[in-house]
Design a protein around this ligand. Structure first.
Ligand SMILES: [Zn+2]
Length: 352
């Protein structure tokens, strides 16, 4: 095949910065260019037409991943929420992961985008577009000083919680079957965080937030409601997925949802075992039905989840495009789902 694969995918979520942090920090950044054992690197991105997207800064909890995987392969499960992490402990990790992203930029692998115009320029020039995102606000202090500084460094998107409590709110556990109606909503700190994000025009990410927190943001925020990597609860009744009521609120705010490729959030039985691409199409159809064609995108969770083996990594995105086309999505819809809807919502959230 000659020339770049179209449409390039702008993607709602990846955890490659965490993977590089664990693989040695700044010293591991080079492997992003030469190729690494994971979902995203430059060779895989070129092969699959991965145009970039949200790069998450995430503070890992000390959890046993093998144990988590084993439990999530069962017919039902309810993993306890990990302990909160103090911001004094989280901040150095967050700074290291953000520094890795800036090193990738220095190495010429990508551009850290601060506006939709930056993103469009990357797409036009065939350069990977990166948005600095934080998944869980553990590294933000109660006075929000770190937020102001990180915004000026390039932070443009923030999830107040991962599946873990913070001083700002409460996350949903990895629980199936369940909905997200678990625990209280945003704290007073959380309400101030939303207000300040609105002022700075930092996008607020609702993925991982519990139901009460979701509705608190829906009430407080003046920006479109966005869940970067979540699926439809009507198709897979996982606590992480969005109910039709939540999807209606997202539609009414003119926000959007990025389809999560994680098999446990795709499969109707919620199990973390392989699944076919037809299951992704079921979620896409439902999301399009509820949100409309301009409010759905992709949010792979590459390097942070078990994804369908037919995709395997960013290099496997052509298989997904092929399945979407075979399912009857025309080229106009393909372009919206793969990139235009993210650009539309970011432009609206960040300003022109
Ligand atoms: Zn996530």
């Amino acid at each position: 095949m000659s020339g770049p694969i179209q449409p390039a995918v702008l993607d709602g979520h990846n955890d490659v910065l965490l993977k590089l942090y664990r693989a040695g920090g700044l010293a591991a950044a080079e492997t992003f260019i030469t190729g690494r054992d994971g979902h995203i690197d430059l060779p895989r991105a070129t092969e699959g037409g991965f145009g970039g997207g949200f790069f998450a800064v995430f503070i890992p909890s000390a959890i046993d991943l093998d144990e988590k995987t084993e439990q999530m392969q069962r017919p039902s499960y309810d993993l306890p929420l990990p302990e909160p992490i103090d911001w004094e402990d989280a901040l150095p990790v967050a700074l290291t992961e953000a520094a890795i992203l800036f090193r990738l930029e220095e190495l010429g692998a990508l551009t850290v985008c601060r506006s939709a115009a930056d993103m469009r320029a990357c797409l036009a020039g065939g350069r990977m577009a990166a948005i600095l995102h934080m998944e869980g606000a553990e590294a933000i202090d109660p006075d929000l000083h770190a937020l102001d500084v990180l915004y000026r460094a390039g932070l443009r998107s923030l999830g107040p919680v991962w599946s873990r409590p913070t001083i700002f709110g409460h996350g949903v556990p990895f629980r199936y079957p369940s909905d997200g109606d678990i625990g209280p909503g945003l704290t007073d700190h959380g309400l101030r965080l939303v207000k300040r994000c609105n002022e700075l025009r930092i996008m607020i990410d609702l993925s991982h937030m519990n139901m009460a927190g979701f509705w608190d943001v829906a009430r407080q925020s003046d920006a479109p409601l966005v869940a970067t990597h979540s699926n439809a609860h009507a198709v897979c009744a996982h606590a992480r997925n969005l109910t039709d009521d939540q999807l209606a609120a997202i539609r009414d705010s003119d926000g959007m949802v990025g389809l999560n490729f994680a098999v446990a959030f795709l499969r109707e039985d919620g199990r973390m075992v392989d699944t076919g691409l037809d299951q992704m199409l079921r979620h896409l159809d439902h999301l399009i039905d509820r949100l409309g064609e301009t409010r759905v995108g992709l949010g792979s969770d590459f390097d942070g989840a078990v994804v369908p083996s037919e995709i395997g990594s960013a290099a496997g995105l052509p298989a997904l495009r092929e399945a979407m086309r075979a399912h009857g999505y025309d080229e106009g819809l393909m372009k919206k789902l793969c990139q235009e809807n993210w650009l539309r919502v970011l432009e609206k959230t960040w300003g022109g």
